[in-house]
Design a protein around this ligand. Sequence first.
Ligand SMILES: Cc1cc2nc3c(=O)[nH]c(=O)nc-3n(C[C@H](O)[C@H](O)[C@H](O)COP(=O)(O)O)c2cc1C
Length: 169
Amino acid sequence: MKFKELANIRHSVRKFSSKEVEKETLTQLLDVARKAPSAVNFQPFKVFVVTTNEKLETIKECYHRDWFKAAPVVLVVVSDYDSGWKRASDNKNHADIDVAIFTDHLTLQAADMGLGTCWVCNFDVEKTADLLGLTPKQKPVALIPVGYPADDNIPVKKRKGIDDIAVWI
Ligand SMILES: Cc1cc2nc3c(=O)[nH]c(=O)nc-3n(C[C@H](O)[C@H](O)[C@H](O)COP(=O)(O)O)c2cc1C
């Protein structure tokens, strides 16, 4: 699939079919996502792949939405601030940016494989960190439910126009 088409078909999926997502499929997904660039190539992140019923039940307590409860897999992308690159001029830690790029690669690759995903950031961060046993320097950035979409509806993108975002100077 051409990138332009992929960018158009990737959308937030909030309705999953009951079809299982195989471990091999998830491995393929992560194998592409890990090719994402990161500042100084530090790759300051972890991704927790939640597939067992027991762990799914607990992670789903961190974001209470019926649609989320139906996701067969949840990925938790985690920033590790200890290994993020810090810019000398202002000490900005780039770990969250790196995680976002990794996650964007992941959601686009998922769409290319016929899988649905949705970024979820409105979750209980503290509870999630506790469940995963994270250190104070590791923070969960997003929960990414993964599953096969229940339908093949692709919504029309509502986006600002180029003139609203581009500043030509
Ligand atoms: C950083 C980020 C956080 C988001 N958090 C949530 C969330 O907590 N819950 C949710 O249902 N959708 C969440 N979304 C999905 C957005 O609502 C969605 O991407 C946006 O409306 C554009 O729609 P599209 O993904 O279908 O193109 C989030 C998206 C991003 C990029």
